[in-house]
Design a protein around this ligand. Structure first.
Ligand SMILES: Nc1ncnc2c1ncn2[C@@H]1O[C@H](COP(=O)(O)OP(=O)(O)OP(=O)(O)O)[C@@H](O)[C@H]1O
Ligand SMILES: [Mg+2]
Length: 327
């Protein structure tokens, strides 16, 4: 039985259309014209308990909107959603106590107070018993290594320290479901890695169900076996990350190391030259002719070393987004 069920979810925002120029502004004061911005346009998926799913798509795809509906912050235009058996926008207290939404772009802590004060406030809101609060807090503080910063005003924390505190505040009531909207945004690579390690550990230790959005493919690659890709409010793909390569990658990459100088123009005859920096070149060729291309390369060029590789997941996903390989 899935813990999250989304069926044909649509969320259209009514947007006021302003006519250009001053007269247009005045006219639209009296006769307002609206159009529908179709942020989510018929999305369906199920998520099982304990899954850690990557929810990805380009800017404006509808990711945050979907997570807001799943959290009950927004009413959908149509469709049905069930999270732990609840309809999120009913905002039942029993539901509120079982999930959390963390937004990397938004500060949910009290800015002028130490993070500890926000944790205590959340403890009260979610009615977390004293002993459980203490245990959860100790555990999280240790995992995230923030012991020394609990009493520091949030505004004085670094971005990375603050994000860790945001996570603690969101997890203090031990939610079964976690929506993470770009939790690693803006962090340096070391801190991104720490966050990833934490998310992975948290998911495994507590079998919590997590939907994660990120524009960093490392997050997705390292954390999510399953990904849901959306664009313009529509679902493009739902399945194993490994499947994406099978389904969408119709190219392979030949990486050659040469023992003598070669001509770029000559290499172009083999395929699309992606990188050319003597003694190394990377050539993209159609999957179906990869082995012939490799043979050609070996025959006609002074090749010292040759590798045939799958394209980078980043590149494939970019192609999925731009629809190039969807046909
Ligand atoms: N309050 C709003 N009113 C009108 N349109 C909105 C509103 N919020 C979002 N939109 C539009 O809905 C679409 C989806 O936005 P959303 O924030 O869900 O995208 P996203 O996938 O989270 O993008 P990003 O990766 O940039 O965070 C966008 O076209 C956006 O402009
Ligand atoms: Mg977003």
């Amino acid at each position: 039985m899935p813990v999250i069920q989304v069926q044909n979810l649509k969320k259209y925002y009514k947007v006021h259309q302003k006519e250009p120029g001053l007269s247009g502004s005045i006219r639209s004061l009296f006769s307002r014209k609206y159009y529908d911005a179709k942020a989510v346009d018929g999305v369906s998926f199920d998520i099982g308990e304990g899954e850690l799913v990557g929810f990805i798509g380009p800017n404006g795809a509808g990711k945050t909107t979907t997570l807001k509906v799943l959290s009950g912050l927004l009413y959908p235009t149509s469709g049905t959603v069930s999270v732990l058996g609840f309809t999120p926008w009913d905002r039942k207290p029993e539901f509120q106590k079982q999930f959390s939404l963390v937004m990397g772009q938004k500060n949910q802590l009290w800015w002028d107070l130490p993070a500890m004060e926000s944790f205590i406030l959340n403890k009260e809101i979610y009615e977390v018993p004293d002993a459980q609060f203490k245990q959860t807090l100790d555990e999280l503080v240790e995992l995230l290594e923030v012991k020394d910063f609990l009493k520091v005003q949030v505004r004085k924390l670094s971005l990375g320290q603050r994000m860790k505190m945001e996570l603690i505040a969101a997890l203090i009531h031990s939610p079964r479901i976690l929506f993470l909207d770009e939790p690693t945004i803006g962090l340096d690579v070391v801190m991104q890695k720490k966050m990833r390690d934490f998310i992975k550990e948290y998911n495994q230790r507590f079998n919590s169900t997590i939907i994660l959005t990120s524009h960093y493919m490392d997050d997705v690659k390292e954390l999510c076996e399953r990904v849901i890709i959306i664009d313009k409010g529509r679902l493009l793909f739902d399945g194993a990350l490994a499947e994406i390569i099978k389904k969408f990658a119709n190219h392979k990459l030949l990486t050659a190391v040469f023992s003598e100088e070669v001509n770029r123009e000559d290499l172009e005859k083999i395929g699309q030259v992606k990188e050319f920096d003597y003694p190394r070149a990377v050539i993209s060729v159609k999957r179906t002719v990869a082995s012939q291309a490799a043979a050609q390369l070996l025959q006609n060029f002074p090749v010292a070393d040759l590798n045939i590789e799958e394209p980078q997941i980043e590149d494939i996903i970019r192609e999925v987004f731009t629809g190039k390989d969807l046909a």
